[in-house]
Structures are given as C-alpha cells and as structure tokens.
Ligand binder design. Structure first.
Ligand code: SF4
Length: 329
C-alpha cells in the first residue's frame, strides 16, 4: 500500500497517553512507559525503535495486556477498531489476541515447544482460538499457513530442531497468522538471524502485508530495517516518546537529538569513515531516572534547562512530534 493511501486508511489500533509502572522489590514504582500515543492504520507498518530498556517491550505487552504480575497500566487508553481494550474482561481480551492482534515473538527456538511438531503447534493455535475446530479443516489451515510462509507442507511433522533458524521464524509467523489477525506485533523478528535470512524474513513480511493487508507494529533497534519496512516510526527513549513521524520525515528531518544520534550511529555506505559513531553512556535505569530530560546526561546539545525540566511532546508540524526543549512547536 502506498504511503498516501495509508494516511487515508482507517485507524485499526489507537494508543492514547498510555503509561505503565512496574513495582520492583517493594520500592517506589518504576515508570517504564509514560504518556505514549500512536495510531496504526490498515496496511501501515509502524517501527518502534530505541535501545534496550527504552520501553518498546513494555509498550507491546501493555497493548496486548500481557504484562507480568508486577506491571500495571496506570493511565491511558488502547482502542482496537473503536473498542476499548483496557475495559475488556480477561476472556474477551483473550479473544482479541490472535484473532485481531497477534504477536511474532523473537527467538523462535525459545518460543517454539521443542517436543511438539511444527504442524501440531500451529494447529493448536488454530483450535485454541476457535478459528476452526474440525480436524480436517485444521489440517487444511495448517497447510495453507505453511504455504503462505514458504514452508513445504510435508515438513509439518518435523520438530523445531529439524528446521533452520529462518524456517523456525517462518513457522512463528505462520502461527501468528493462524486466526487471520488484522494487526501483527513483530518483536524483533530478525534478531539473531544472519543477514541473508533477515532479508528473506523482511521480504516475507512485506509480501504478507501486501497480500493480506496486514498492519504491523515492528519492534526493532535496527534503523536499516525501519528504512526498508516501515511507513511511520516511533522513537522511544527511557520510556517516553522522543520522536514520532513518517519514516521519510525522521530520516530526512530528524528533530530530536537522540534520533539524530541514532542516525549518526547508523552505518552509511556513502559516508565512509574509519570509525563507527556511537552514543556515549547508557540508557537510564527506570528506577533511577535523571531529573529533567531523560536524555540529558547523553545529549550533545543539552542546555541547563534540560537538567531540571522534562520536555513536553510537541507537534513540530502536522504528523511530526518530538519532545525536546530545543524544538519549536
Ligand atoms: Fe537534549 Fe535537552 Fe532536547 Fe533533552 S531536551 S534532547 S537534553 S536538548
């Protein structure tokens, strides 16, 4: 789907001002996610980008309502096709998972059951979520799904260890598509795969997006993948939104210093250099956040105000938001 069509496509998933805390060892709550908003339209691929610990996984688990026992959503809303997911009972929410919003987990070897065949595991997802229950129809659906992701259906009776890494990830994608969801959350689906296999998996996801009209929330720390796959990008830092805009805007006119540093650290073949750039320091610990802007201790252009006052998320131009004191909104 072309980008200008995506702008007019209906909104499937709308996350508004979502905040999530974790309670750790009886200490004060850690604010893992603060006031994050985005929309995902039909056919759109939204990249969720940032370093480890920036809140990507918390955001994803909050949307799916799969937080661990010590996590709780403290404010905000999640709507899927207008339905308020945070007000649903657990049984109703379980029906939304897989049927409407499914997940492709990272690390296919860990996510798959090693003692059950791939066909059984995909079949179980189909039956558990009542997509079809008749065994002949389940078999047919398993074969369809394997075909969709480029695995010969004869291999359904094999176990995960008999698959290559790329095939296991394809099987995970088939499982996520078991109940024909409209939205797929892909959690770093190409991490730990070699470059050639990564390219094949990205190509498969693009093909599935076009063929099935899927909307994809693509969690990654790889800006190359974002440039290749995504229409829009949400850059996160320390649990908050650093920048949110179309991919073209973020790559050509980044406003947040963190986004600019991420792009500078991204290898560029047209800018050959002896040394790869990096961002000095580490992302903040959520239980020991710095005062003011969370990026201030690492920011190359921080001013005094940054160390005492947290910047608000401002609209830079239509469709482009950034949270930085130096950005005019
Ligand atoms: Fe850097 Fe200040 Fe902007 Fe934060 S608010 S990103 S510290 S300039």
């Amino acid at each position: 789907m072309q980008k200008r069509q995506i702008e007019r496509a209906p909104v499937l998933l709308e996350v508004s001002h979502l905040s999530t805390d974790f309670l750790i060892d009886g200490g004060p709550p850690s604010h893992a996610l603060v006031d994050v908003s985005f929309t995902l339209r039909e056919g759109e691929v939204l990249g969720l980008v940032g370093e480890s610990g920036c809140g990507k996984t918390t955001l994803m688990l909050s949307v799916m309502r799969l937080l661990p026992a010590n996590g709780r959503i403290t404010s905000g809303a999640v709507h899927f096709m207008g339905n308020d997911l945070l007000s649903l009972g657990e049984k109703e929410m379980a029906a939304v998972r897989w049927k409407n919003i499914a997940m492709i987990f990272q690390g296919a070897m860990n996510a798959l059951n090693p003692v059950r065949t791939i066909g059984d595991q995909i079949g179980e997802a189909i039956v558990q979520h009542n997509y079809v229950t008749d065994s002949a129809l389940v078999d047919k659906r398993v074969a369809e799904l394997l075909d969709l992701v480029g695995i010969a259906s004869e291999r359904r009776s094999q176990y995960p260890h008999q698959y290559s890494g790329g095939m296991r990830q394809r099987a995970m994608i088939a499982m996520a598509l078991a109940c024909n969801p409209q939205v797929v959350i892909a959690d770093e689906p190409t991490t730990a795969l070699d470059v050639m296999i990564q390219a094949q998996i990205l190509e498969l996801l693009e093909r599935l997006r076009d063929r099935l009209g899927l909307s994809i929330l693509f969690v990654t720390h790889d800006l190359g993948v974002v440039a290749e796959m995504c229409d829009t990008v949400l850059v996160m830092y320390g649990g908050v939104t650093a920048e949110y805009a179309s991919v073209d805007t973020v790559f050509n006119n980044p406003q947040h210093p963190y986004t600019r540093e991420l792009l500078r650290a991204f290898p560029n073949l047209s800018r050959l250099t002896d040394q790869l750039a990096s961002i000095p320091g580490h992302p903040p610990r959520l239980d020991a956040l710095p005062p003011g802007c969370r990026f201030a201790p690492r920011c190359p252009v921080a001013i005094d105000r940054c160390h005492v006052e947290e910047p608000a998320l401002r609209q830079v131009e239509p469709g482009h938001w950034a949270s930085c004191h130096l950005v005019d909104g």
